[in-house]
Design a protein around this ligand. Structure first.
Ligand SMILES: Cc1ncc(COP(=O)(O)O)c(C=O)c1O
Length: 142
């Protein structure tokens, strides 16, 4: 059976321009034998903080951990509610529940597929501690 797939995202094309830099970085890490934290992560943290114009950057294992740790660092925990897009990636929801809080889904704006700002207010309660918007869909109203 022939499968017609609509090309969605060509990561090879996007990353082609970084090929030499990425290969060199990978080779450097492989040769160092230091695969957890170490000089490379310290350098990344310093450079990314400078890029973001902030004092600090803490490297973590993945996006889910970054979201979870950010919520915990903000003091979000049991008894709290966090508003999330109902159509987001699962990590948004899991970060809130891993922090011990309750995710509250809000439906998207059908023009953008991002969280509908007009629906957020109705979801806010005295327990709301944060709104976690996600620009996963990235589109703008036309
Ligand atoms: C919107 C969004 N948030 C969080 C994550 C989680 O990232 P990770 O897979 O590194 O945990 C993803 C992953 O695709 C994502 O799309």
């Amino acid at each position: 059976m022939e499968l017609n797939v609509i090309p969605f995202l060509d990561l090879q094309a996007i990353n082609a321009q970084y090929r030499e830099a990425l290969t060199a970085a990978f080779d450097r890490v492989l040769r160092s034998g230091w695969y957890i934290l170490g000089d490379e992560v310290t350098a990344f943290e310093r450079e990314f903080a400078a890029y973001c114009g902030t004092k600090h950057c803490v490297g973590v294992a993945n996006g889910l951990d970054a979201l979870t740790l950010s919520l915990i660092a903000m003091g979000v925990g049991p008894g709290d509610e966090v508003i999330v897009p109902s159509n987001t990636y699962i990590a948004t929801w899991l970060a809130v529940s891993h922090a011990g809080a309750r995710p509250v889904p809000v439906e998207p704006d059908l023009r953008t597929y991002n969280i509908d700002p007009a629906r957020i207010e109705a979801a806010i309660t005295p327990r709301t501690r944060a709104i976690l918007p996600v620009h996963l869909m990235g589109s703008r109203p036309t």
